[in-house]
Structures are given as C-alpha cells and as structure tokens.
Design a protein around this ligand. Structure first.
Ligand SMILES: *Cc1c(COP(=O)(O)O)cnc(C)c1O
Ligand code: SF4
Length: 324
C-alpha cells in the first residue's frame, strides 16, 4: 500500500490554502535552504486549524527561519563527534543511535537535524549498513539500538523487518527502539505488515513524537490504538515550542492526550540550537516554570522528563530542577 501524496512545494501549499499566494516569493529562500513536506492528511488538518494555529506554526514555512543567531549551529547535539561509522552515533556506553534514512514524511520547521535531513539525503547503502551491524556486533557493551533519522518508519515494511531482524539476532542487544512521527502525522504508512514487523522476540519500543493535541486526528488515534492493541510499548517525546505548546493548558492537554491514547510521556525537549529556530525557543526558566506547574496540577502519568541536550555537554540531561 502506498501513502497518499504529500505537499512538497510552496505552490502545493498555496493550492491547499495553507499560504497566501503573495507570500510565495518571501518564502522561496526558506524552502531553498530547508526541506519541505506535508502529508495530505496533515495538510487538511492544518487547513482546518487555520494559518495562525499551532499546527501551521510547526509545519508551514515562515520567513522567521531565515534569521540565524550566532549561537545556532548545524550540529546542535554533537552527533558528528560521536559517530564511529556512517549512520551510527555512539555517545552513551550502552546504547547507539542508528540513522538508516535521512528523509521524513514531514519536515518540522524547528528540526534539530534540519541541516542533515531532506528528501535528497540517501539512506544507508547495504555496505554501510553491514558496517553498522558489524560495529554493533563487535561492541558487547551496547544493549539498546535506537532507530532515528530522518524518520525510520518511512522504510518499507520489508526493509524495517529486515533491519529489526538483523538487530534482534545480535545476542547482547536487549532492547530496540524507534523514534517516529509517522503513527500520528502519516498514519496511512502503518500497515498491518509494519505492525507485524514490530512484533518480535525482543521488545521494539516506539517513541512517538508529537507536540500538540490537534495532531491526534481520528486517523492518528486509530493508528495508535492498533499499535497498542498489537502490544507495541508506546512512549512520547515532544519539543517545548513557543506559540505551540508553551502554556500550561496546552501542555496538559498534550500529555493527557498521550495517556488517553496509551502513550506514556517520556521526554519534553528544550528546543535545540538549530539554525533559524529562535522564534520557537523558550527560555530555560520559562520551561522550568511550566514543568513545575504541570507537576503540581496533573496526574503522575502525565509527567515527561524535561531534558536539554547541549553539543559539548554530557548528553541529555534533566533540567526540571535548577542544576544546569
Ligand atoms: C537521545 C539519544 C539516545 C537515547 O537516549 P535516552 O536517554 O536513552 O532516550 C541515544 N543516543 C544518542 C546519540 C541520543 O542523542
Ligand atoms: S520528524 Fe524529526 S527529524 Fe524529521 S523534520 Fe521532524 S524533528 Fe526533524
């Protein structure tokens, strides 16, 4: 089964009513620099939510992306310094990040890997993947493999199954994990064959990235329910984004939406220092105040860990208490 077509140009967006035609010229340099894609179903949800909505803000290009601050950098979480072979980041002793593809079904305007993801970025070749698997096989301290990207769930069911099978066969691997936006933003891709590929002898945890409750369309909720029914353990990750979810009411609704859909909140990320994302960044103090208010008012199930990942730092670190 193929996914429905995506919008991939400013003209597509204008035709779908997501941007006014007179803004095409202003936004041309934005899409020349950063990738653009919006799946058809999401485009419809954005059109319904309106041009000033949290959905539009996350996915429709904005001229504000052309403003890059001096402190914004192309590798904001320091992946390159920790990459022993192409496609792999080994930053923490017991787990690695494996990036089989660079493409995503949708390009978030605040993406922390925005200088590295895009439709042109090819996936790992067979030889490169063999080197990745050999590295993991040779390093017995690695207990978990985290698939990221890009979005690994744009792989076909057959390729996903082959990759998870190869990783599962490595004796010292105890846990597999996939970070993806697909179940919520492009649910048509989650076919029965994909769900079958996730059911294995070793657990495959699925960490679903979503930032606003309106991302949970009827199709998204149905997709997440089918994953939960199949026994796939579900976690969330969100980015704290100015004008999207940086108020207590929205953040609470987002976390409750996760829990109501059988997704346990895992991480809330401070927006990384990626270029052209200043208009999305809250201060650490604002973030801490919000997380404290969430703690004081919402169920324990609704509490993600608020984390910061600095390029030269020790890696992801909880920042909800004032120690960094
Ligand atoms: C985020 C990340 C992981 C996973 O970290 P957890 O805290 O276990 O979720 C692993 N490797 C890299 C390089 C990462 O950035
Ligand atoms: S899905 Fe993830 S990697 Fe892809 S554009 Fe969004 S934040 Fe970036």
């Amino acid at each position: 089964m193929t996914a429905p077509p995506s919008l991939r140009s400013l003209t597509d967006l204008a035709e779908a009513g997501l941007i006014a035609p007179e803004r095409l010229a202003e936004l041309a340099p934005v899409v020349a620099r950063y990738a653009l894609a919006i799946p058809a179903g999401l485009a419809q949800a954005i059109a319904e939510a309106g041009p000033d909505s949290a959905l539009a803000r996350q996915f429709v290009p904005s001229a504000a992306e052309l403003t890059t601050l001096p402190e914004e950098i192309t590798d904001p979480i320091g992946d390159h310094a920790h990459s022993p072979v192409k496609g792999l980041v080994h930053r923490y002793p017991d787990r690695v990040l494996l990036k089989p593809v660079h493409a995503c079904p949708v390009y978030c305007r605040f993406c922390f890997r925005r200088e590295h993801v895009g439709p042109g970025g090819e996936s790992l070749s067979e030889a490169e993947m063999a080197r990745v698997l050999a590295y993991i096989g040779d390093h017995r301290e690695i207990w978990e493999v985290v698939l990221s990207g890009g979005d690994p769930m744009i792989l076909s069911a057959r390729r996903l199954d082959a990759l998870l099978g190869a990783l599962e066969a490595i004796p010292h691997i105890g846990s597999l994990r996939i970070h993806s936006r697909v179940p919520v933003l492009d649910p048509a891709r989650i076919t029965p064959a994909v769900i079958a590929a996730l059911r294995r002898s070793k657990p495959v945890w699925l960490v679903i990235h979503a930032n606003h409750p309106d991302e949970f369309t009827a199709a998204a909720r149905a997709c997440v329910a089918s994953l939960a029914d199949a026994g796939v353990p579900l976690l969330s990750q969100s980015v704290l984004l100015k004008g999207v979810n940086d108020d207590l009411a929205t953040l609470t609704r987002l976390m409750r939406t996760f829990v109501a859909n059988r997704i346990k909140p895992y991480y809330l990320h401070q927006t990384d220092m990626a270029p052209g994302t200043a208009h999305f960044r809250t201060s650490l103090d604002e973030g801490r105040a919000l997380v404290a208010a969430l703690r004081a008012t919402a169920s324990g199930l609704c509490q993600p860990t608020y984390v910061l990942d600095a390029p030269d730092g020790p890696g992801k670190r909880p920042i909800d208490v004032a120690w960094g």
